[in-house]
Structures are given as C-alpha cells and as structure tokens.
Design a binder for this molecule. Structure first.
Ligand code: BYC
Length: 469
C-alpha cells in the first residue's frame, strides 16, 4: 500500500509534487523506511512530544524551524542547495568544464559506491543509538539524541533521493539495501567498521558524535566539492545540520570532563566514589572512538581516492583553499610502513588523498581536545587529554598490520595485548560506565556523572521541558 507524498509531508526543493516518477519511487520506499524506523529507530518515546528542529526550506530561516513533534511525524525533507548555473569542475582531470547534472556513464559505479557508502552510515548510527533513550542523563540530552537521530534519518532520505533520481533500477535496489543491512549484524553488517561498533552508553554516544560525526563533516565536505552537482548540492545542505551533532559530542564530553574534575577534587582523587567518571577512563574512550573514526578515511595510499579525485567526484576539504587542483606530479610527505619500518616518504598526491583528508580531520579533533584541556586547567587539575598517534589501534590501512602504542612506538602483539587495558576500555570500565546510566527525566536535573550545559537549545532555559514526559 502506498502513501501519498505531498510537499507538505516531505518539505523539499526538488519539485516533488510535479515529478511523478520520483513520487512513485519514494512512495514505494517510504513505508519501508517507516517500518525500519519502528523496528530499528529509537526504542520508546515515539508517542512523546519532542522539541525538535526541522528543516522546512533552504532559506536562511528555513533550515531550523523549532517545535514539538512526535518522531514518526517528523517531516523528512529533501533539500539541495540552490543550483549555481555557472558552476564548473573545481579539481581533477575535468577541471574548468561545466559540472554534471546527470551521472556520467563511465563513473556510474564509482559514484554509486560513494553515495551508498555515505547513505549506509546514516541509518547505521540510528541503529547504534537506538537504546540510549532509556538512560538519558537529562531531558536536554534526550532531546539532543532524538534531534541527531531524526536528522540522520533525513540524511538517509537525501542519499535515497539521489539513488532514486539518478541511478534507475539499481539505485532503487540500493535504497532498499540501505534499510536491510543492520549495524553489528554478522550476516548483514553496515559497510564501514565504526558503524558496527556498539554505542551502548552515553559516554560512547558523546565520543561518537565528537569523532565519528566529525568524519561525516570531512567526508561530506569532500563530496560537497563533487563535479556531480546534485551530490555536491545535497552534501552542502547536510553540512548545516552536521554542526549540531558535533556540538552535542564536544560539549557532551566537555561536561563529563568538568564533572569528573569537580568530583576528583571533592573525593581527593577518586570520582568513582561519588558516581563520577575519572579522567583516565574518559581518555580510554577517546582513544577508542578516535581511532575507530580514523579508520573511516580508508587506506593511507589509495587508488580509489586517486580515481575519485581524477574523475572530479570527490575533492579535498575546502578545495578553494588550495592553489593547485589537478595534483599531477605533486607529492605528500607522510609516514609509511616499509619492510617493517616506519619511514617518512613522498607519496604521489592523488594516491595520498585519504591521508590528506585525515590530516585535516586530526587538526580539527585537536582543536576540540584543546578546549577540553582548557576545562581541566580551569578546574585546577593537572591532567591532559591527548589524541593518540594515528598508528595506534588501527584496523584499516597500513598501520593495521602492526601494533603501536598511543605514542606511535611500534611494539609486538604480546606487549600490545598485555597493555591494551591501559589504553582502551576494559570490560570492567564498560560495566562501570553502564552502571552509572540511570535515566534522569526531571526538568533541569542532571545525572551524577555530567555537568549541566552552559545554555539551553534555541536560547531556551535549562529547565525547559525539552521532552514532554
Ligand atoms: N571500514 O582504497 P581504500 C557520516 C574499504 S561518516 C570498512 O583504502 P577508499 C556519519 C573500502 O570500502 C562519513 N571498510 O579506501 C557519521 C574498500 O572496499 P572495496 C561517511 C573500509 O575507498 C556519523 C577497501 O577498504 N561517508 O556521514 O579510498 C553519523 C579499500 O579502500 C573502511 C563516507 O565515507 C572502513 N573504515 O575510502 C552518521 C564517504 N575504509 O571497495 C553519519 C563515502 C575503507 O575494495 N565513502 N574500507 O570493497 C568514501 O569516500 C570511501 O568509501 C571511504 C574509503 C573514505 C570510506
């Protein structure tokens, strides 16, 4: 049975109401999406009023319309940044040529793979976070979780729009597969590693939105440069929403750190006595989620990355900042593993583009960690959070073949196994963090292990009823 999709139901700037072919395709997909949302979306809370932001247009005041909404009634819009009729390829072999509005036949598979990989992460993250509503540390946090979830749902719609509009029958099949894979499922896992990891408590959720969503920022920015114009325009609009997700992560961890410091002082060094999380344990979760997210950039030396750049499908972060956009004959100096040794070497730039993007990402992560360290200093404690080496705990790329310490020193497997618990969360850490996860659903109240936010959402006070319990 199909549901009629109107502009009212699905706010959009793609002329949905006059595009009958697209309407039919989406009307067939939408009930499957709703089934997936009911089965794999947030557990409980579906009948509650949540104070949510909805994108209703691409105008300056249209992308952030706030009101109470029940999640199943959320309007999953389809928005592309307005078209620039003069836009040309900004990089690669077709530099200076007009951008494409249709998929070029020779790059169809490569492009579909990029769209599907991007699309797969969106429902995956909703699945990973689905149980967290049962243990939210406050109504403010509960609302933020659901905001992130519905927007990931909208980002899935964005990729499905591209698949349905530009990839014909196989696009429709891929759109169905996006709803069929399951995070962490042994038989039908999500495509990328980090999206199969459990996000079983709020500390992991905050680390995920800090580090994994930030991969989203960099991947979307690289795709926002694409010479396939519909993809570029879609990703540009998605980036406006991504910022809030990283805000949830960075400020979430910052509040956990602040509370850790307060309780460390109160207890003379053991915040666990008063139901807090100690700084060394927070560092272990940082190590885990940061390194899982580093893997999301792919291999350090990659012919896929070179091909996507040459074709003009995936650029660098803010391509405009660079002077040279063809990258023929240029090199990137980076560490590589050669005959079991780390050597610093020049790699042809196009093949090094995953590493170039990862390097930008690392700088951005460091800026966030610097702000966390300022919180620790302001609280008067002598402790510093650190990003581990990009060689530590890797499962993708050349560093995955040998163990390294967080300082980047190569070690043998036995030493890594013996010291793993110093660097990464142990089962005991995991059990302890989970034991703290008791829901707090009273207005303006916070769980013991986290400090209140500095300000509320959309200028509202902290005691606002963000979720009508
Ligand atoms: N796990 O040449 P290689 C987001 C595979 S997050 C598993 O080294 P390539 C979000 C790779 O697929 C952003 N497999 O790397 C965040 C390839 O397999 P095939 C998501 C991996 O292709 C939070 C093989 O290894 N968007 O939006 O240059 C919440 C060799 O690949 C992994 C994108 O990723 C891994 N970590 O780069 C919600 C953008 N890494 O083809 C949302 C689109 C690599 O040989 N995707 N492999 O079977 C891409 O641009 C690229 O596919 C990648 C990989 C950057 C992921």
């Amino acid at each position: 049975m199909s549901t009629v999709l109107s502009d009212e139901k699905i706010p959009n700037n793609v002329n949905l109401s006059s595009d009958k072919r697209l309407q039919r395709a989406l009307e067939a997909w939408q009930p499957q999406f709703i089934d997936w949302w009911k089965q794999m979306g947030p557990v409980g809370w579906q009948e509650r009023d949540i104070y949510l932001r909805t994108a209703v247009s691409v105008e300056a005041n249209g992308w952030a319309h706030f009101d109470y909404v029940k999640m199943p009634d959320y309007r999953w819009g389809i928005f592309l940044e307005p078209k620039d009729p003069n836009r040309v390829h900004g990089f690669g072999d077709n530099m200076g040529q007009p951008v494409w509005d249709e998929v070029p036949g020779e790059f169809r598979n490569m492009l579909r793979r990029l769209v599907v990989t991007q699309g797969d992460t969106e429902p995956a993250s909703v699945e990973q976070q689905r149980a967290l509503g049962a243990t939210a540390p406050s109504l403010y946090d509960l609302r933020n979780l659901f905001q992130v979830n519905v927007e990931e749902g909208r980002h899935l719609w964005a990729m499905v729009y591209l698949l349905h509009t530009h990839f014909g029958r196989d696009g429709r099949e891929e759109a169905e597969e996006l709803l069929a894979r399951r995070s962490g499922d042994a038989d039908k896992p999500r495509i990328l590693g980090a999206f199969n990891e459990p996000t079983s408590h709020w500390l992991s959720f905050f680390m995920f939105t800090m580090f994994t969503d930030r991969d989203g920022k960099y991947q979307l920015a690289a795709l926002a440069e694409s010479g396939f114009d519909p993809l570029a325009r879609t990703c540009r609009f998605m980036l406006t929403e991504e910022a809030h997700h990283m805000f949830v992560g960075e400020t979430g961890v910052q509040r956990v750190i602040k509370r850790a410091c307060e309780l460390t002082k109160e207890t003379n060094g053991d915040p666990r006595k008063l139901g807090g999380i100690d700084l060394p344990t927070i560092q272990k979760y940082l190590n885990l989620w940061y390194t899982l997210s580093l893997d999301l950039f792919g291999g350090e030396v990659s012919s896929n990355a070179a091909d996507a750049f040459a074709a003009g499908l995936k650029g660098r972060y803010k391509e405009d900042r660079y002077e040279e956009h063809k990258l023929v004959g240029s090199h990137f100096a980076m560490d590589v593993l050669e005959n079991g040794k780390v050597v610093h070497k020049d790699i042809p730039m196009r093949n090094a583009l995953n590493e170039v993007l990862r390097t930008e990402y690392i700088k951005d992560c460091q800026r966030g960690v610097d702000r966390w360290n300022k919180t620790i200093r302001d609280e008067g404690l002598d402790f510093e959070m650190k990003l581990p080496s990009n060689k530590f705990h890797r499962q993708i790329g050349m560093w995955s073949t040998s163990p390294f310490t967080p300082d980047g020193e190569m070690i043998d497997a036995a030493t890594f196994a013996a010291r793993r618990g110093e660097w990464l969360p142990t089962q005991t850490d995991e059990d302890y963090i989970k034991s703290l996860m008791k829901p707090v659903y009273e207005r303006a109240k916070m769980a013991s292990w986290i400090a209140p936010p500095i300000k509320g959402i959309n200028g509202l006070p902290e005691d606002f009823e963000y979720v009508r319990v």
